[in-house]
Design a protein around this ligand. Sequence first.
Ligand code: FDA
Length: 393
Amino acid sequence: MTTPDDVIVIGGGAAGLMCAMTAGARGRRVRVLEHTNRCGKKILMSGGGRCNFTNTGTTPAQFLSANPHFCKSALARYTPAQFIALVERHGIAYHEKELGQLFCDASSRQIVQMLLDENAAAGVRIDTGCEVQGVERGDDGFRVSTSLGTLHAPSLVIATGGLSIPRMGATGFGFDIARQFGHGVVATRAGLVPLTLTGKPADVLADLSGVAMPVEAHANGMAFRNFLLITHRGVSGPAILQISNYWQPGDALHIDLLPDGDALDILRAQQAARPAAELRTVLADLLPKRFAQRLCETGFGSRPMRQYDAPALRDIATRLQRWPLVASGTEGYRTAEVTLGGVDTNGLSSSTMQSRLVPGLYFIGEVVDVTGWLGGYNFQWAWASGHAAGMAV
Ligand code: FDA
């Protein structure tokens, strides 16, 4: 079957829908192929159902890539303000939660509907439940074999995302296509992912699942201040998800348990104010009580504050500020929010996302080796890279 498409977009997620509506609005005939039964499943589940759709403070510094400069052009040409204007045009109410993170007041469904409405208005055809079996390139463009038959288009956009959450439709398809056409793929691994603990570190936190506290997590020269949440399998929470992007098994990881002050100053003040109070009582006022008790039971000990001399107090302060967390690994793609690594940006134009090797072939969104921090940055990359390709196809 021959179709008169100008552009085929494979993947109806955040980046694919943005690319398709942008190209459609320019008068291009666009078709989106999505293999699951509906578009934007990750948008639906994002931000706890309210979609943290952008971050007003987005800069290239919040993205990881083998080439940290690659994301600059697209991010500069499609900004959070432009996406916010789109959201406002659709009458979607939103609020800022913290640190520039914007969420829908009501539901992520509104963002998906907005994208679908924009695509419909731009005349984009969306085929859900469409399996893509293979792609070939000929003189007249790309031939895409699908469960709907063979489709043709001079431009092909790969927007199939990363490997995280396979049950939502994630596949390695985009990486396979990249390799087929001679592109490099930077090694992939789970990002923004809870860490697992085994052995003694797991025993220390056993039965504290659900306990949360503000911390600053440190690894490989990076630090993130936010909440840590103890889980049945290890640790999670925004501080841990953020640092997971910079940590790999075997790397040192430590946690500042008193991020809002100098631990030694705090302990000295407590010693002066409450000399008869036991360390466990003092720590229970500074940290979640059960966690403080566990620290004392499993290493810190506990004596009346007056019994600690200066070196002993300094030692406890150091252990509070550099609490070593020996993680065994991550929960992997099953629960990861993103995939680190991906299609090597050396093979792509940073202004259009077009392949430097194969004219007419584009890669956008999470499939590319650009990964953002937690906080709306990954969607902003999806919108920006999708827009860049949508203006070029
Ligand atoms: P995305 O994964 O959105 O879309 C890819 C699409 O391609 C999917 O629809 C998939 O089914 C389809 N596909 C895959 N293989 C295919 C094939 N072979 N043929 C056809 N179709 C195929 N980010 C953020 O900024 N704020 C947030 O609040 C959150 N929250 C969040 C929560 C959870 C639980 C997860 C897992 C992730 C987030 N994220 C996030 C990250 C964000 O969802 C992610 O970065 C973007 O969805 C990436 O957009 P893409 O369009 O690149 O991939």
